[in-house]
Design a protein around this ligand. Structure first.
Ligand code: GTP
Ligand code: SAM
Ligand code: SF4
Ligand code: SF4
Length: 338
């Protein structure tokens, strides 16, 4: 297993299979890849299935035991089933998708070896959903969630970015997952780092406080030290503390912004659709090419990207005398022009 200079073992990889998307969400960071708009057909710059599989085989040599496929919209890749099928044995395979292509395809993904899915759903109202995603596909997303559950994926996590446009939906979404077996909710702090618009921020601590009041039980996940809140479905009357029966739901908060604890527990390396390794979501100055993607080249690049990994908050970004975050000069010099 490879460990970076800050003692963070790399146990997972997040592979962006494309930067194309059928949505145009107003908040989208596109995993640091830029604009999702553009042609929807397969593009020449995307890693082939063979490249992705070769990369995963090398990652497995380094004891990486989980892969997340993301994008853009990863389900625009027609070879997704093939890629999942060819993922090395023993590697947990999960997918983050906007859900629109799950109807009719969820079962094939499960047959290929998909174990978990996260579906982005930012609202419980078609109009607000359309305003956030610039798409009218709300019904398709609900059908997608249903298709994932029917295909046996459990849990199905709903991803909701908490920002000005969606904050009002948090209580309703929490009730929704508490009342529906198989669903969990992931509340993601809006990250303005790559998209701008810091004015859309919502104080995520207020959401933590509200959930702490609402929850029966609070857990800490090793990854990123994320907090998980177990909530009961008030409407079903199943609100006994400690109840594990139906009528309880899990809500996890993903709060990376200005959070050194989150970054100190970050165990993933990313891969862009073009086949560059990336040590941190928020940075584009540490991209490492993998050459022609032969195994020796992939091995070397993987070792290098891990060696250069730096926790973003607390190290790459540090607080100045006024308490504001600024780039640590040390890293600015090191990576300038990279
Ligand atoms: N800054 C930062 N944000 C992250 C990180 N991991 C997840 N996020 C945010 O959370 C979003 C959703 O994450 P997902 O792709 O659904 O997966 P996940 O929650 O990290 O992983 P699982 O819970 O294991 O499925 C990402 O696109 C980011 O916006 C991370 O390591 N750093
Ligand atoms: C970039 S998308 C790619 C996968 C797929 N298209 C989807 O939307 O699920 C992955 C996740 O990033 C989240 N995300 C995008 N921009 C974000 C931002 N600025 N802040 C926080 N999360 C964001 C989305 O909500 C989604 O759950
Ligand atoms: S669906 Fe995902 S990739 Fe597409 S615009 Fe929305 S957040 Fe970005
Ligand atoms: S180091 Fe980068 S990728 Fe890891 S948690 Fe922090 S911001 Fe996210």
């Amino acid at each position: 297993m490879l460990t970076d200079e800050f003692g963070r073992e790399v146990t997972g990889v997040r592979v962006s299979l494309t930067d194309r998307c059928n949505f145009d969400c107003v908040y989208c960071h596109n995993e640091g890849l830029g604009d999702t708009r553009g042609p929807m057909d397969p593009q020449d710059d995307e890693m082939s299935a063979d490249d992705v599989v070769r990369f995963l085989e090398v990652a497995a040599e380094f004891d990486v035991d989980a892969v997340k496929f993301t994008g853009g919209e990863p389900m625009l890749r027609q070879d997704l089933e093939e890629i999942i099928e060819r993922t090395p044995d023993g590697m947990e395979v999960s997918l983050t998708t906007n859900g629109t292509f799950l109807p009719g395809r969820a079962e094939a993904l499960v047959d290929a070896g998909l174990e978990r899915v996260n579906v982005s759903q930012d609202a419980l109202d078609p109009e607000d959903f359309a305003a956030v995603t610039k798409s009218g596909a709300y019904e398709k997303v609900l059908e997608g969630v249903e298709a994932a559950l029917e295909a046996g994926l459990d849990p199905v996590k709903l991803n909701m970015v908490v920002f000005e446009h969606t904050a009002g939906y948090v209580p309703e979404m929490v009730d929704h997952v508490a009342a529906n077996d198989g669903l969990q909710l992931q509340l993601i702090e809006y990250m303005p780092e790559l998209t701008g618009k810091p004015e859309w921020n919502v104080d995520i601590e207020r959401v933590h406080d509200w959930l702490a009041e609402r929850a029966d039980e609070i857990e800490h996940r090793e990854m990123h030290d994320r907090r998980r809140y177990w909530v009961s479905d008030g409407s079903s009357g199943a609100d006994d503390v400690g109840s594990n029966a139906a009528g309880r739901g899990m809500v996890e908060i993903v709060d990376p912004v200005e959070n050194p604890t989150f970054c100190a527990n970050c165990h993933r390396v990313r891969v862009t659709h073009e086949g560059y390794l990336k040590g941190c979501l928020n940075r584009n100055d540490d991209l490492k090419p993998m050459g022609e993607m032969t195994k020796p080249e992939i091995r070397d690049a993987f070792r290098e990207v891990v060696a250069d990994r730096v926790p973003y908050y607390g190290e790459y970004m540090v607080r100045n005398d006024d308490g504001e975050w600024e780039i640590n000069e040390k890293y600015l010099e090191e990576y300038a022009g990279a």
